[in-house]
Design a protein around this ligand. Structure first.
Ligand code: ZN
Length: 118
């Protein structure tokens, strides 16, 4: 066992041309991005780097755009979990029990409920 020193000693990130070390003197500019929640994030870009149209907001994860008046719409991802939470919000516990009882009734009477319409 030689320990971890060999790995530690290698320089990670420095290219063969030493470009990483030049980063300090390279001109950079900050670009403001705004998300739909009115968060502003200002990542800095090297002047020769291409600036993307959208940037992920580090605070809420929504896409942010350079146009403050026109932030990108949040992506409409609706996983089943969200739907379930939505259903739970709308139904009281009593309703839930009634639905469960009804489902059990149907099972006992031998008619399988068609869950997905097939
Ligand atoms: Zn945000």
């Amino acid at each position: 066992m030689a320990g971890g020193n060999a790995i530690r000693g290698s320089r990670v990130g420095a290219g063969p041309m030493g470009e990483v070390e030049r980063g300090e003197s390279a001109p950079r500019h900050r670009i403001s991005f705004f998300c739909a929640n009115d968060h502003e994030t200002r990542p800095s870009f090297a002047s020769d780097a291409s600036v993307p149209d959208t940037w992920d907001c580090p605070r809420c994860g929504l896409p942010a755009s350079r146009d403050h008046a026109n932030p990108p719409a949040p992506p409409r991802t609706e996983p089943y979990k969200t739907h379930l939470a939505y259903v739970r919000e709308r139904r009281s516990d009593a309703d839930g029990e009634a639905i469960l009882a009804e489902a059990l009734d149907r099972l006992r009477s031998g008619r399988m409920p068609t869950a997905d319409g097939r």
